[in-house]
Write a protein of this length. Sequence first.
Length: 255
Amino acid sequence: MLALSLLGATAIGFAETDEVESPESLNVLRWQGAYQSQKLNLDKKLAGRLPDGFKAGLTSLASQQQFHSDRPIMGVLLPGASLDSTQAISLSNFKKGMIEVELAFRLKRTIKHPVADVESLRALVDVVAPAVELPDVGFKVQGAPTVFDIVRANAAAHSFVVGTPVTAASIDVEAVTVGLHFDDMPLFAAQSDSLIGGQWQMLLNLINERIEQGWVIYPDQWLLTGAIGQMQPLASGRYYASFGDLGELSLLVEP
C-alpha cells in the first residue's frame, strides 16, 4: 500500500506541476516504497525483538532476469528462523517451501554505519559457515509476483540452518565448491563465487543496504549472502549439502 501511495502522490504532482517524472525516478520510488513497506511490516512483527539475521536474494543474473530486477534484494530472518539441523523439518510449515545452499557470515562487532569497501569489510568479519536457507515463496499476490512484491514479502524469508563456523580468514570464501543431494540423487554442484560480484561484494551490499533501511547488525546475527546454484523445491526426504573444506549439512524434511 505504501508503494501505491507514493506513486499516487507522484501522479498528483504531475497534474499540479505538469512535470513528468522520468522512468528512472519512478523506479527509485517503487524500490523505496517496497522497502518502506517491508520495514513497517517487520517492525510490527518484531515488536522490539532482534532478528536472527539478514539475507540476500536474487543474487544471480538468471534470478534477476526472471523477475526483471536490476539488483539483488534483501530481507530479514525473523526470531526463530534459525533451525537445528539435528531436528526434522516439517514440510507442512511451508506454503511453498524451497531450499538454497549458501554461505553465512558473522561480524566481530555491531555495525550501525555503512562499510566503505570490501577491504574494510574483511577486517570486520569474524566467521563463515555452511548454510541452507529454506525460503517460502507461497505469499499471495495478484498475478505473477514482481520483484517489488517479493521485497514487500520480506524476500520470501522463512527459515535457515547453519553448520559449524570457521574463522573467515582461514578460508577463501570465493573458492568453495558446493553440492546438493536429495536422498541418493545429485541435484547440482556450483562455485561460491557464482554470486554477482562474488561473496565479499554481496556481503558488503547486504550490510550496507540493511543499514540504509534502518537496521543495526549485531555480532550474533547471521548474514546469508544468497543461493549458490539453483533454488530447488523443498520436498520430504533427506538433503545433503557439501561445502568442501567447510564441511557439510544434512537435513531431514518430513511431511
